[in-house]
Design a protein around this ligand. Structure first.
Ligand code: FAD
Length: 194
């Protein structure tokens, strides 16, 4: 159901494949580590693109609400529409902060596993809501192909699956809470009490 980005996707079938031992990544059984190290950063770049898409949804919705009048009231003057857009504004900013927090941890040399998981869960779900709200405010126009909203709506659905489904990332967070105890909430800022 996704758009045709990155040239699309295909199925690969491996039948009797043999790989020379010289091509082994790390040691036997540890190759996944290589992939996972790359994935932490990749998930953040997903989040950056998704935040941009969420902002685009808000822009398109605001633009329409500013020039659509029904029963003598501009859509942008309706409180319910203002609340929808205000909620998205706050959620986008939270998403940006979570991405910055994870990037900071990576810059410090950490794996940022829990920080990346939090950013990925939040921004994936935010993108979903932003596309949905954008379509809602645009009415039938949002459902049509007149704007990029329907494209974003289809694209958004994969965000909660790719590079780890929501449930998997939430389990990772719970695992960190169990192993770190109260340190889970600690921000390693110089001079701050732990
Ligand atoms: C558009 C798109 C692009 C992709 N691109 C890439 C790519 O570039 N590289 C790549 O390697 N992969 C890619 N993937 C694969 C993607 O990472 C997987 O689809 C995703 O990790 C989910 O795995 P799965 O499809 O095997 O679902 P499953 O593992 O079968 O999971 C199905 C559902 O079960 C639930 N679930 C799974 N595990 C758990 C658990 N431990 N606890 C609780 N619930 C669970 C979740 O709700 C999940 O959505 C892509 C997928 C899509 C749709």
């Amino acid at each position: 159901m996704g758009p045709e980005e990155h040239g699309g996707h295909c199925e690969l079938e491996f039948d009797g494949l043999r790989i020379p031992a010289a091509n082994l990544l790390l040691e036997e059984g540890r190759g996944l580590k290589v992939v996972q190290t790359r994935l932490g950063v990749a998930r953040l770049t997903h989040c950056m693109r998704w935040l941009g898409l969420a902002r685009r949804c808000v822009e398109i919705a605001r633009d329409y609400a500013d020039r659509r009048e029904g029963f003598g009231v501009w859509l942008s003057d309706r409180e319910s529409v203002q609340i929808m857009l205000g909620t998205l504004a706050a959620d986008i900013e939270i998403g940006r902060l979570l991405v910055m927090r994870a990037a900071w941890e990576l810059d410090r040399g950490g794996f940022a596993q829990k920080e990346v998981s939090m950013a990925k869960i939040h921004v994936a779900n935010l993108l979903h809501r932003a596309a949905d709200t954008g379509i809602q405010i645009n009415g039938a126009r949002g459902y049509s192909k007149d704007t990029v909203l329907e494209w974003i709506y289809r694209y958004a659905r994969q965000a909660r699956l790719v590079d780890g489904a929501d449930e998997v990332h939430k389990m990772i967070l719970n695992r960190h809470m169990a192993s770190e105890g109260r340190d889970f909430w600690c921000w390693p800022v110089q001079g701050a009490a732990t």
